[in-house]
Design a protein around this ligand. Structure first.
Ligand code: SF4
Ligand code: SF4
Ligand code: SF4
Length: 339
């Protein structure tokens, strides 16, 4: 299992023995952009709709981004031939092919052509489609900074908000290096007892469901309620191409490494993994992605850092500064007393 934050997430802190860590592997190379995952997430979690069918004008992406009401978001990125070539050349530089100076064309020629090549892109145009979600970070900034304990690490190694404990302060929003978690808003402020009301929880078909948890921080739970009964997440179950895979962290990491090697062997040197490195700034993530271009192209930070990473060093410096201050004050009293 990848390392966890020893400050806030030692087993004695969470109070139970962790079971097997669960994770996603999202293979964007086989995503067809059907958005079934977005819809399944909304349906299962009874999340409100995003606007009233407004078009964003950004390709087929009318959701825009992850948010309090959108826990899965499928990005559509249109790329020209020049952008595809750049991604391929940039990717080739990142891949250790074992032969110095080898280029993309050499890789293609040296590799036996498979019967079918995925995905079926034309050479001069493609869509990058990617279903984004909470990263369920190994070192989760949202969890580290939450003052009420509403955010907690589950026995599956995921990060979940307890709706009835969250006081809506929004500290976690600033603590997430991916911009995932958000407070659910209705444009106003609600009293705490109103937030936890679940009026008409099981509503009648055709009726608009009441919006719950207004003012509360909201994000993907990796379907914690489904995991509790041995079911996989709704989004992964729904995905028709198996672009979203779900299983143990070790299995998902192994599947991601195998798939990226397969694509490289097919000459798709632009394929790269995101979140698979336990040495990155968040200790790796429980949502691993295979991308076909740089993370920035998908709106992902290239080098995410948990904001609490330097907390122990900062605490030591603060303690040293406080000790120095006390010493200086005591010295001033002593010197003042003698004169
Ligand atoms: S991606 Fe953000 S909201 Fe999700 S676990 Fe990491 S820090 Fe928390
Ligand atoms: S795991 Fe569940 S809550 Fe998370 S994005 Fe998928 S359907 Fe939504
Ligand atoms: S359901 Fe699967 S194929 Fe469809 S948009 Fe989501 S990840 Fe892509």
């Amino acid at each position: 299992m990848a390392r966890t934050n020893s400050i806030t997430e030692a087993p004695r802190h969470v109070g139970y023995q962790p079971s097997e860590r669960k994770a996603f592997f999202t293979d964007t190379s086989i995503c067809i952009g059907c958005k079934a995952c977005e819809v399944a997430c909304k349906e299962w979690n009874r999340n409100p709709q995003d606007g009233a069918y407004e078009l964003s004008g950004m390709s087929y992406d009318n959701t825009g981004s992850l948010g309090a009401d959108t826990w899965r978001h499928v990005a559509f990125i249109e790329q020209s031939e020049a952008q595809i070539t750049r991604a391929r050349e940039e990717g080739a530089k990142l891949v250790a092919l074992g032969m110095p100076g080898i280029g993309v064309e050499d890789v293609k020629e040296a590799t036996p052509k498979p019967e079918s090549v995925t995905p079926a892109d034309t050479p001069d145009f493609r869509w990058l489609m990617s279903s984004d979600v909470c990263k369920h970070c190994t070192n989760a900034g949202c969890l580290d900074v939450c003052p009420t304990g509403a955010l907690f690490r589950t026995e599956h190694g995921t990060v979940v908000v307890q709706d009835d404990v969250c006081n809506g302060c929004g500290t976690c929003v600033a603590g997430c290096p991916f911009g995932v978690i958000e407070r659910r808003s209705d444009g106003g402020v609600s009293k705490r007892d109103e937030r936890s009301k679940r009026v008409g929880e099981d509503f009648t078909v055709g009726e608009v469901a009441p919006i719950k948890n207004i003012g509360v921080a909201q994000k993907c739970t990796m379907c914690f309620d489904r995991q509790a009964v041995g079911e996989g997440p709704a989004c992964a179950k729904t995905c028709p191409t198996t672009s979203i895979k779900y299983g143990s962290y070790d299995e998902m990491l192994a599947a991601a490494k195998t798939r990226v090697a397969e694509l490289h062997a097919q000459g798709m040197t632009e394929a790269r993994l995101y979140g698979a490195n336990s040495e990155d700034g968040v200790g790796g993530t429980g949502s691993i992605f295979l991308l076909l271009d740089a993370p920035e192209v998908y709106g992902l930070p290239p080098d995410p850092q948990v904001p609490t990473a330097n907390l122990p060093a900062m605490a030591k410096r603060a303690a040293a500064a406080a000790a120095g201050l006390i010493g200086a004050v005591a010295g001033a009293f002593l010197i003042g007393g003698r004169s």
